[in-house]
Design a protein around this ligand. Structure first.
Ligand code: NAD
Length: 498
């Protein structure tokens, strides 16, 4: 059986010796095992990070950028291999897996500009003979705890920014698909990064708790489900760390009566069912405004959803593949049953779906549920599967209120030809990331990514300028160089605006 080990300079084997099975979701077979680490192993990783970080922080930013440039090249050269490996453990189709790598790569590209974005601020003559400057310094050792659904992109969001800014980084990826994060760390060393600057430790709650409690880890970035995000945030902050913790989502797509419905249906097919709905920026809720819009939309949606092809993850013609584990398949199917019991109309039922020749794979057919209401549990909670729910709104006001009142506030989209309605919606809706005729509004790498409410704990976003803020602290220097005259004219003066 293939073994996935920690990526460290010292002590690759877990002292506890626990293992976790890695599935191939398309075949339903176990394809590898990953070692699960503990606090003793983490101590070793932190000791290495402490050794290498000061020299890296003292390396000038253009040299750090060169490593990032080389890393970018290596990822591009290895794109196919990375995507296939990712796809085999996660279950998303290979093209989608390439997108996963590509969106992470874009953050590495942003990190290549670190000399520019790290430039500080300078005020000449803030007082008599006094200058003030502010510069961003690294925090020391940062850690990232990442979910299964973007095993390339989300680690790169974090370590790309943290390391370019001068930190050492310890990554704890999801134990469900840990191979790509390890491969990225290998490529990073090949790109010229000092060994030990980026280490990968595997594990479950035991390792997460060790990270949260380690005195020498200064900052933790987490992405995963909301209850765990909240837990990580509280425990990390209690331990005096800087923490950002992104959580779950239930993104709505508002369809105004004037929207181009063919475009909407096309967008929804990708945004609700792509990657089997296992995206935090998926659109699992569609909100047609007005009964007529709802009926017209439903009529077009049904054939489009029935035409979706479910296949193994390396089937080039498949629109989406299996979900990640048998437990997750069971949970998603249970949500469909709950929705049915709550009074939702199951228009297309994906339960019990079997792919011929791959009967043991974790496949779920595309599912459409109509007449879902805000009171239903299946609407309030995240399903994270290939399930689209229709919640009918009577007017624009109700359509703004639905996502605004929802416990999650990651992303939202509005489809309309009316600029005024779109502008009004974008400014009023209580959600962090908004798409206007864009179904999955993940901001580009030089903006920042982050949801609101229970989709994000902490006050900084991922990557872009917000990411840079998270991984650095601001040093403020007020300087005065007296000429040494000794007549008292150089007595210290507190700078004032006057
Ligand atoms: P998860 O919360 O199960 O796991 C995330 C990480 O937490 C993993 O590394 C896991 O090992 C660790 N973990 C699991 N149980 C733990 C526990 N009890 N204590 C401490 N740590 C624990 O999430 P997942 O299923 O891997 O990923 C899917 C979730 O992530 C969805 O809710 C999705 O919406 C969310 N997500 C959010 C974003 C975002 O940016 N908001 C992005 C991607 C995914």
């Amino acid at each position: 059986m293939r073994q996935v080990n920690h990526f460290m300079v010292d002590g690759a084997a877990s002292s506890a010796g626990r293992k976790h099975q890695i599935w191939n979701p398309s075949t339903g077979e176990v394809q590898a095992e990953v070692a699960l680490g503990d606090a003793v192993l983490l101590d070793k990783a932190v000791a290495t990070a402490k050794k290498v970080q000061p020299a890296w922080a003292a390396t000038n930013p253009q040299k750090r950028a060169r490593v990032m440039f080389k890393f970018k090249e290596l990822i591009e050269q290895n794109m196919q291999e990375l995507a296939e490996l990712l796809s085999s453990e996660h279950g998303k189709v290979v093209d989608d897996a390439k997108g996963d790598v590509q969106r992470g790569l874009e953050v590495i590209e942003y990190a290549c500009g670190i000399p520019q974005v790290l430039k500080g601020e300078y005020t000449l003559g803030a007082g008599p003979g006094i200058d003030v400057y502010s510069s961003r310094q690294p925090l020391g050792i940062g850690a990232g705890i990442t979910p299964f659904n973007f095993p390339a992109m989300i680690p790169m969001w974090m370590f790309g920014m943290a390391i370019a800014a001068g930190n050492a980084f310890i990554l704890k990826p999801s134990e469900r698909d840990p191979s790509v994060p390890v491969r990225l760390a290998e490529l990073f060393v090949e790109a010229g990064a000092p060994e030990g600057l980026l280490q990968v430790v595997h594990g479950d709650k035991e390792m997460v708790d060790a990270i949260l409690d380690h005195a020498d880890i200064a900052a933790i970035s987490f992405v995963g489900s909301s209850d765990i995000a909240h837990y990580v945030y509280k425990r990390g902050v209690d331990n005096g760390k800087r923490v950002q913790a992104m959580g779950g989502a239930k993104n709505h797509g508002i369809v105004m009566p004037d929207a181009d419905l063919d475009q909407v249906v096309n967008d929804l097919a990708g945004a609700a069912f792509g990657s089997a709905g296992e995206r935090c920026m998926a659109l699992p809720v569609v909100v047609p405004v007005g009964e007529d819009t709802a009926e017209r939309l439903k009529e077009k949606l049904i054939p489009a959803i029935n035409a979706l092809r479910v296949g193994v993850s390396n089937d080039p013609d498949a629109h989406y593949g299996p979900v990640v584990t048998p437990e997750h398949k069971a949970r998603v199917e249970e949500w469909i049953t709950i929705a049915e019991q709550e009074g939702g109309d199951i228009v297309i039922d994906g339960r019990g779906f079997e792919l011929q020749g791959h009967e043991k794979g974790f496949f779920i057919g595309p599912t459409l549920i109509d007449n879902v209401t805000p009171q239903m549990k299946s609407y309030q909670e995240e399903i994270f599967g290939p399930v689209l729910q229709i919640v009918r709104a009577k007017d624009f006001e109700e359509a703004v209120k639905l996502p605004s009142d929802h416990q999650y506030g990651n992303g939202v989209a509005i489809f309309t030809r009316n600029g005024h309605a779109a502008r009004e919606f974008a400014s009023r809706v209580n959600v962090g990331m908004v798409g206007i005729n864009v179904p999955i509004p993940v901001p580009v790498s030089y903006h920042s990514f982050g949801g609101w409410k229970r989709s994000g704990f902490g006050d900084t976003d991922q990557y872009g300028t917000e990411g840079l803020k998270f991984w650095t602290k601001v040093k403020k220097v007020t300087q005065r160089w007296p000429d040494g005259g000794g007549d008292g004219s150089n007595a210290f003066v507190i700078p004032t605006m006057g």
